[in-house]
Design a protein around this ligand. Structure first.
Ligand code: ZN
Length: 410
């Protein structure tokens, strides 16, 4: 059984306590089983049981040990980029203006439909490799740039077939926007999602979650409710893009349908926060609020009111929202630093948001997200003395090494 010794500081990010409880252990050691890839023991090195003390070990060099980072919201595979829209927004056009003029998501849909599965997979793998080098060990990947039967399935099959050590979790986002060809008959598109694609995707095990973008230019509350309920009827748990560009009641809908997460929430109302709070109080784990500060930054939007959510007892995760329009960066540690500077989360709160609470946002908190015996041996070594120093002194990459399922990948 491999042993990691000379850890300057380990943070387990175990569930006990609130958002800022990351459970530090000074001068720590970690033991895992390389056969089943699970953590066996973690604690202070001086307390290492004799049975493990003589086993071959690796030296952490006094570094910071964290659970493998989890990016719980990405649009990983897509065709093209949208640098032109970046400049148009800087010149004063809004995201919604560009979307209404046929740009935005619709422009990425055209490029994604034109791309082969092989090309999409090659690009996704390159991105995943770069994410892994940053200490990211699990990535949630959404469809939503195909928006027809063949191309939505193509994206989910790309995710299913990716050859990567990174743990992949797939989400069906056919309800990203209504594609242009259905603009005059949106009910037909919703029927395609609910009656055709959701049953097939569930039957073939191509996704674990069903996501809907609730927004003026996308789907109404009533439409989202119908799509999410259809997903649930086939075993797909619910996620929402909610209250991003204005308060559209998305948070309340997330609470109503028992969604696993409500993502964005830059414009969530006090009532929406109260509904999320009450959902958590009545339904165990409740809804995770997923903040996406890179998108907030690029759209120059007001930040998600993370402090209000945390003080209400709603767990706040942090993810990149990696996509070609509003968040063209997959750098999760950058998102963590921005969660601190823009959303006034402490570094400890931000880290718990990209480990245990991110795991909760993809329904895997019993398997990953913290350093505890029995959990998957997914962890990373960070070149910093502690979490605050790491996220304060932003560097291109502070990750020195990473393991997934007990195998070293970086
Ligand atoms: Zn998104």
């Amino acid at each position: 059984m491999p042993v990691l010794k000379n850890v300057g500081l380990a943070v387990t990010c175990a569930a006990a306590g609130g958002q800022d409880a990351i459970h530090p252990i000074r001068r720590a050691a970690l033991v895992w089983n390389s056969d089943d890839g699970r953590i066996v023991w973690i604690g202070e090195e001086h307390a290492l049981p004799a049975a493990y003390a003589s086993m071959p070990h690796e030296d952490a060099g006094g570094r910071l040990l964290i659970p493998g980072l989890i990016d719980c919201h990405t649009h990983l595979a897509f065709g093209g980029w949208r640098a032109d829209e970046f400049e148009r927004r800087l010149r004063g056009e809004s995201y919604l203006d560009i979307a209404r003029a046929g740009g935005g998501i619709a422009s990425t849909v055209r490029a994604t439909r034109a791309a082969t599965a092989e090309a999409l997979a090659a690009r996704a793998r390159t991105t995943l490799d770069a994410m892994m080098r940053l200490g990211v060990t699990t990535v949630e990947c959404k469809s939503g740039y195909g928006l027809d039967r063949d191309n939505e399935l193509k994206l989910l099959e790309v995710y299913r077939d990716l050859e990567t050590p990174v743990r992949i979790v797939s989400t069906f986002l056919g309800a990203h926007v209504v594609p242009a060809e259905y603009r005059e008959r949106r009910q037909d598109y919703i029927a395609l999602l609910c009656d055709d694609l959701i049953p097939e995707i569930a039957r073939r095990g191509l996704a674990s979650f069903c996501d809907v973008f609730v927004e003026d230019t996308a789907f109404s509350i009533a439409e989202a409710r119908a799509i999410l309920r259809a997903g649930q009827a086939h075993g797909l748990r619910s996620k929402l893009h909610a209250d991003q560009l204005h308060d559209g009641g998305g948070a309340a809908l997330a609470a109503e349908v028992g969604a696993v997460s409500a993502d964005h929430l830059e414009h969530v109302s006090d009532d929406g926060i109260a509904r999320l709070r009450d959902a958590g109080a009545s339904a165990g784990a409740g809804v995770v609020a997923v903040s996406l500060p890179i998108a907030t930054l690029y759209l120059q939007a007001p930040p998600m009111p993370a402090r209000h959510l945390i003080e209400a007892g709603v767990p706040v995760a942090v993810a990149t929202d990696f996509n070609p329009g509003s968040a063209p960066s997959y750098h999760l540690p950058l998102a963590l630093t921005l969660a601190c500077t823009m959303q006034r989360m402490t570094p400890s709160e931000a880290l718990k948001g990209a480990t245990l609470y991110a795991a909760r946002a993809i329904g895997l908190d019993q398997e990953i997200g913290s350093l505890e015996p029995g959990k998957s041996a997914d962890f990373a070594l960070i070149d910093a003395a502690d979490v605050t120093t790491w996220l304060y002194h932003f560097q291109p990459n502070a990750c020195a090494a990473a393991w997934i399922r007990g195998q070293r990948v970086v």
